[in-house]
Design a binder for this molecule. Structure first.
Ligand SMILES: [Zn+2]
Length: 324
């Protein structure tokens, strides 16, 4: 049952003591949004006070302000054509050629992305003992780069590739250098980046691409990620299930939870009687399971929340410098 649901939209850049409109008389919409954000901060504080040991599930929404676009809009529908499936990648050389052509252009966007304040806030929450496990559906490794250590990359990591023949792993950047060396004329202009380091590329560019191969056996390479239609390794799922079972509650951040691999942990929380809080501006598949739904953007909300935690790890009411 959703007990709280409000429209909250405060965009970056934002600070507690800062009026993003830059005027002495903030616009009514700003006042409304800030009031809503303040209410969401209080609700999240109470949730963590009541449930101090969390399993956190994150999705593409948390990396959006790091410059990595989300796959789905606020209604949870595809923004672009559906991404490549596991079956397509392993069975169709032309689809692999298409993937690598797009990845050549999309990878630098992921490689060069920086963690944002939401990533850093979750890292701080982990250090304060509030996060037993962070389960991310993102493959960008921004949580680890923000300092989080208890992370399960549910769908793998885009900064590694694996040989489909000999199983040797290597760094994605090494493959990038191979791609650039073998495809010196590949255009860098006709692309739109996507969340998994993919990008939209014209057909004639795709057909001309020389695909990268394993340096040891010349076999085909596959990114070390779980594509749509692929299976998350059972050991990985088991670790997440155990964490949900021992945590006080689950907090989902920036995910539409449309994909079952992430949704299942929300469903498990419900089956175990664990409360579920969701931070997401749009609707999610798990909304009917949630006990708290917060519609603020995750970055200002988590940043403000983390800034108002005592050294003892307890959330404290934000009075000074709070938005009014
Ligand atoms: Zn190999």
């Amino acid at each position: 049952m959703v007990v709280e649901q409000r429209l909250c939209n405060v965009r970056r850049p934002w600070r507690m003591d800062q009026n993003p409109f830059g005027s002495p008389s903030p616009a009514p919409a700003y006042n409304s949004a800030m009031s809503c954000l303040k209410t969401d901060i209080s609700a999240l504080q109470q949730f963590v006070l009541d449930h101090p040991r969390l399993v956190v599930i994150t999705g593409a929404g948390i990396s959006a302000s790091s410059g990595i676009p989300t796959y789905r809009d606020r209604d949870g529908t595809w923004k672009h054509s559906a991404p490549i499936t596991h079956q397509e990648f392993v069975t169709d050389p032309e689809r692999r050629q298409r993937y690598w052509s797009r990845s050549l252009l999309g990878w630098p966007m992921v490689r060069d992305a920086k963690p944002n304040m939401a990533h850093r806030a979750l890292s701080q929450l982990e250090r304060l003992g509030h996060i037993d496990l962070l389960v991310t559906q993102n493959v960008d490794r921004l949580h680890q780069r923000a300092g989080s250590a208890k992370v399960v990359d549910l769908h793998g990591r885009i900064d590694q590739v694996r040989c489909m023949v000999c199983d040797q792993t290597s760094g994605r950047e090494r493959v990038q250098q191979q791609l650039l060396r073998d495809n010196p004329h590949h255009s860098h202009k006709l692309s739109t980046p996507r969340p998994d380091g993919d990008a939209e590329v014209a057909a004639e560019i795709i057909e001309a691409l020389i695909v990268p191969t394993c340096e040891r056996c010349d076999g085909a390479l596959i990114p070390d990620v779980v594509f749509f239609g692929g299976s998350v390794p059972k050991m990985r799922v088991a670790k997440c299930n155990e964490a949900v079972a021992s945590a006080d509650a689950v907090l989902a951040v920036g995910s539409s939870l449309q994909v079952f691999s992430g949704y299942r942990f929300c469903r498990l929380a419900g089956q175990l009687g664990k409360p579920l809080a969701i931070i997401n501006p749009g609707s999610t598949r798990a909304d009917p399971l949630s006990s708290l739904k917060l519609l603020s953007d995750c970055e200002p909300l988590l940043q403000a929340f983390a800034a108002n935690i005592s050294d003892a790890g307890r959330p404290i009411p934000c009075v000074h410098g709070s938005p009014s």
